[in-house]
Design a protein around this ligand. Sequence first.
Ligand code: ADP
Ligand code: MG
Length: 292
Amino acid sequence: MGAADPGVSRVSTDAARDLADAIRPRPAEPPAVPATSGRLLAIDRVSLEYRTRERVVRAAHDVSFDVYGADRFVLLGPSGCGKSTLLKAVAGFVPPVSGTIWLDGEPVRGPGTDRIVVFQEFDQLPPWKTVLQNVAFPLRVAKQLGRREAHDLALHTLHKVGLAPFAHAYPHTLSGGMKQRVAIARALAMQPRVLLMDEPFAALDALTRRRMQEELLRLWDDVRFTLLFVTHSIDEALVVGNRILLLSPHPGRVRAELNSHQHSHESVGGDAFRDRVADIHRLLFDTAEVAQ
Ligand code: ADP
Ligand code: MG
């Protein structure tokens, strides 16, 4: 996969910085991150359910958390605990059965271009569009940029992430890592208030996954976008997040909220990191201890 993925290794810190310049909000746009880094998103006692004809499935129960500007906020919990549903609720696709989701002091009532989701699946890029068309299309449709403006911004963005040589390629010719990079470039080019990522690297091999995590952190370092990131991997949560919300098994309830800015790829495998992983594992799964 690595050999068929030449664009990946070319992405340098410089390229990330250039991308940051490319996607930094233009003067006419509202800033992606408030100057004060104040509270951007508030999830206030939210419960979420799926109703089928036979039964009601409660996916999340009475969940509250706040996301501040430039946070890398991670939702961590076992499979089925409602992480994706919470993300979909923030995106505006699943309305809460109780509680409220606030974005910039306004209740979320549906989807909007201020929240863009990057999913795990590699097929989130329409296969009949080239890489360039994939990045330009939402700029045209949702941001209502003119054809030339959208084309130029999309090409510029791709150029800066080292994907310009693949601008006219179709998604099926790209590796999984490159498809995810296109999906991230497409999302960031939209300058959302919050970037929502649902296990975006879970289907990648370990080396590509680590490279993508590093690249995401480099991009964050330059752009300081606000990230709400879902994972079931404790290691990934510690490396990617500055704050982590621990959710119980189904239906998801808040177990704890932790700071994790002190961890990085460099600390993985060290004693402090291992202890932290063990602590989190206990908090996630040791119900007896939590119930005390
Ligand atoms: P996670 O992302 O943490 O793995 P999900 O948010 O996907 O969890 O799912 C939470 C719960 O809701 C699970 O029990 C799942 O089976 C259920 N669920 C998810 N999607 C649907 C759906 N469309 N209809 C009914 N139940 C669903
Ligand atoms: Mg999920």
